[in-house]
Design a protein around this ligand. Structure first.
Ligand code: FUL
Length: 471
C-alpha cells in the first residue's frame, strides 16, 4: 500500500479495530500521559532554613516570603510549556502550606498571611494549568506519628485538600520515610510497617471518590509510578506496566521502575521527577547551579522521549518567587524543544506500509496530529514496516514514534534504517529500539537521505502506530 504521507481522507469500512492487549490505561491515564511536562514546587519551612528534610521542630514564624506571587509561578510554567503543577502542600516536616483545621503547624501561624495552596489554585485557574498536590505520608512533626491516630489525621488532611481547591489532576504519595543519618525527627517512631501503616488503599479510594479525574502517584502507582531515580530519566526500554502485587509506596527495587515490568498486569506509567537545581528546596548556594536549557532539553528526550512524563521541580525562593535563572532556562528549554520538533519532514514524503488492516487504518500512516487515528496491522500480524521516501534528500537527526496506547502498549523491538546509495543502513543501536509506548523519540547523528524505514520486528499484538515524525 502506497500513499501520500499526509493523512488520507478516512474511508468508512467495517474492519474492526484490533482487540486491546492488556493491561490498558484508564482514560484519565491517557489524558495524564498527554500532558507530558508539568512543574513541581518545593516550598515551605525548609526554604527559609536551608534544609531539605526539616525535623518538624522549626518555628513556623520563620516561613516569611516577602513577595510571594503564585501568578509569577504560573506565568513561568505556561511559558515553559508546563501543563500543570504539583505543590508540596506538606513535606516531611509536617508544615502545611494551607490553613488546615487539623494542626496549628501551618501557614496561618507563620509570618505569611495567606493560603499558598489556595493562591496557586487560583493562579492555575487563571492561567489554564492543572493543579496537583504532594502530601507527605511521613510526618516528623506529629507526636502521634506511628500510631493509628496519625493515619486518621493523614487521611483527614487528604480530604481537606481534595475538597477545598477545585479539580486536582494528581496526588503525590511519597515513599520516602527516612534513611541513613536522617532518622529522628522531633517526634519520630521508626517501627512502622511502611507497606501497610498508612492504609493507602483507603486514601486512594478517597481520591477516586472526591477527584475522579486525579491519578495517584507513588513508587508503585496505582495511577503512575516513580521512575526509580531523581535524575528525570526513564529507560530506553520503558513498559507502562508493573506487577501490581509486588509494588507499593517505598518499593525498594527502584531500578525495576526505570523500565517497568514487561509482564506487568497493571497500567502504571513512569513519571520522571527531577529538580532544576541540585536540591528540591531553595538554597542560595545553588543559585549558580541551575540546570541549563541544554541539560533540560536532554532530560526531555530521556523522559518524554522515553515514554515517561517529565515532572520538573522549581525551588521557590525566600521571596516567594521562581528565581530569574530558573525561569529563563526553563522557558529557553521549551522554545528549543518546540523549535526542534516543529517541522515533521515526513509530511512531504510518500509512505509505504507492509500491510494495512483495512482502509480505515490506512487513514493515518504518519503524523497527522491526530492521536486517535492510527495505522494497524491485521490480526495475527505482530510485525511490519513503514517506508518513507522523500522527493528531495532530507537531513534528519530525530525520529518520533507513538503507539495508540488506549489499546495497550505493544511494540517490543523495532529498527530504523536509511537509504544510502541504494543500500539500507542501520540508524540506531538495537538496545535503543525496544519499546515505544505513548511516545519514543530517538536521536542520532544527522544523516542526509532519500528514504527511511521503520521495521517493527516484534509486538504483543497487531501494531497500532498513531504517529511517526522525523526532524
Ligand atoms: C523524595 C523526598 O524525600 C524529597 O525531599 C523530595 O520531596 C522528592 C521529590 O521526593 O522522596
Amino acid at each position: 500500500m502506497i500513499c501520500a504521507a499526509i493523512a488520507l481522507v478516512s474511508c468508512a469500512d467495517n474492519t474492526p479495530a484490533p482487540a486491546p492487549v492488556y493491561p490498558i490505561p484508564a482514560q484519565k491515564q491517557v489524558v495524564w500521559q498527554q500532558m507530558e511536562t508539568y512543574a513541581f514546587i518545593h516550598f515551605g519551612l525548609n526554604t527559609f532554613n536551608d534544609k531539605e528534610w526539616g525535623y518538624g521542630d522549626t518555628d513556623p514564624k520563620t516561613f516569611n516570603p516577602t513577595h510571594l506571587d503564585a501568578k509569577q509561578w504560573a506565568r513561568t510554567f505556561v511559558e515553559a510549556g508546563m501543563k500543570g503543577v504539583i505543590i508540596t502542600a506538606k513535606h516531611h516536616d509536617g508544615f502545611c502550606l494551607w490553613p488546615t483545621d487539623l494542626t496549628d503547624y501551618n501557614v496561618s501561624h507563620s509570618s505569611y498571611n495567606g493560603d499558598v495552596v489556595g493562591e496557586l489554585a487560583e493562579a492555575c485557574r487563571e492561567y489554564g494549568l492543572k493543579l496537583g498536590v504532594y502530601l507527605s505520608p511521613w510526618d516528623r512533626n506529629r507526636a502521634d506519628y506511628g500510631s493509628a491516630s496519625y493515619v486518621a489525621y493523614y487521611h483527614a488532611q487528604l480530604r481537606e485538600l481534595m475538597t477545598r481547591y477545585g479539580d486536582i489532576f494528581e496526588v503525590w504519595f511519597d515513599g520516602a520515610n527516612g534513611g541513613d543519618g536522617y532518622y529522628g525527627g522531633a517526634n519520630e517512631t521508626r517501627n512502622i510497617d511502611r507497606r501497610n501503616y498508612y492504609d493507602f488503599p483507603t486514601a486512594w479510594a478517597m481520591v477516586d471518590e472526591l477527584q475522579p479525574n486525579a491519578i495517584c502517584f507513588s513508587d508503585g502507582g496505582p495511577g503512575c509510578r516513580w521512575v526509580g531515580n531523581e535524575k528525570g530519566k526513564a529507560g530506553t526500554t520503558n513498559w507502562a506496566f508493573l506487577r501490581s502485587a509486588d509494588v507499593y509506596p517505598g518499593y525498594p527495587n527502584g531500578k525495576e521502575l526505570t523500565s517497568g515490568h514487561a509482564d506487568g498486569d497493571a497500567w502504571i506509567p513512569a513519571e520522571c521527577d527531577v529538580s532544576i537545581r541540585p536540591g528540591w528546596f531553595y538554597h542560595e548556594r545553588e543559585d549558580d547551579k541551575v540546570k541549563t536549557a541544554d541539560v533540560l532539553v536532554d532530560l526531555y528526550y530521556q523522559s518524554v522521549g522515553h515514554n515517561g512524563n517529565l515532572l520538573l521541580n522549581f525551588p521557590v525562593n525566600k521571596e516567594g518567587l521562581i528565581s530569574k535563572t530558573d525561569s529563563i532556562n526553563a522557558v529557553t528549554f521549551h522554545q528549543r524543544i518546540t523549535q526542534e520538533l516543529s517541522h515533521n519532514l515526513l509530511l512531504g514524503a510518500t509512505v509505504e506500509a507492509s500491510e494495512v488492516r483495512g482502509k480505515r487504518f490506512a487513514a493515518s500512516l504518519v503524523n497527522d496530529e491526530d492521536f486517535d487515528t492510527y495505522w494497524a496491522t491485521p490480526d495475527g500480524v505482530n510485525d511490519g514496516s513503514l517506508t518513507f521516501t522523500f522527493a528531495q534528500p532530507q537531513t534528519l537527526s530525530r525520529l518520533l514514534l507513538q503507539e495508540y496506547i488506549p489499546l495497550g502498549q505493544r511494540v517490543k523491538q523495532f529498527e530504523l534504517e536509511y537509504l544510502q546509495e541504494g543500500v539500507w543502513l542501520p540508524l540506531a543501536q538495537e538496545e535503543e529500539t525496544t519499546t515505544i509506548g505513548y511516545k519514543r523519540i530517538l536521536g542520532f547523528p544527522a544523516i542526509t537521505t532519500t528514504a527511511i524505514k521503520v521495521n517493527f520486528l516484534d509486538a504483543r499484538g497487531p501494531l497500532c502506530i498513531s504517529e511517526v515524525a522525523a526532524y
